[in-house]
Write a protein of this length. Structure first.
Length: 159
């Protein structure tokens, strides 16, 4: 497993409460961490949490927003990887975008929501960005639905 895959697995663990010294996330008392078991069904818990964040987005602290996007996005990505037997790999923005210059216009900068992607041989997925969009725009950005789409794709196109 690549170093970045290991890092994002740890970020997912931080979201699930595995590390007491992790950076704080937004409104942690609203997240049912005991329900986070890397299953597809656990993403319904994440959707409920993100609903709360969306409703209270005006009260989110910037530092906590960044760690929430990073940790929750990593969790969503790790659920996808778990459900597809690691079909996808985490790749850093700085490694991926130079190989796909057509993306530079759509994703011009490396930010928290765009710092890493899930990739396979055919496509790229952005779970961190999905978290940021859910917080900003609402439930039309369901992470459960997002993951189902990536999982279905991987099952139809095994590597």
């Amino acid at each position: 497993m690549s170093e970045l895959n290991e890092i994002f697995r740890e970020f997912a663990g931080a979201f699930a409460g595995a590390f007491e010294d992790a950076k704080p996330i937004c409104f942690p008392e609203q997240l049912e961490q005991d329900q986070l078991d890397l299953s597809l069904e656990s993403l319904r818990v994440v959707d409920r949490y993100l609903d709360y964040l969306h409703q209270h987005r005006a009260n989110l602290l910037a530092a906590e927003w960044h760690s929430t996007v990073l940790y929750a996005g990593a969790y969503v990505g790790e659920v996808i990887r778990n459900e597809t037997e690691n079909h996808f790999q985490w790749v850093d923005y700085d490694d991926y975008v130079p190989l796909h210059p057509e993306l530079k216009q759509m994703i011009p900068d490396r930010t928290t929501p765009t710092c890493a992607f899930l990739v396979d041989e055919e496509r790229m997925s952005m779970p961190l960005n999905k978290i940021a969009r859910y917080i900003d725009e609402g439930s039309q950005h369901s992470v459960h639905y997002f993951a189902v789409c990536d999982i279905d794709h991987a099952k139809k196109h095994p590597q």
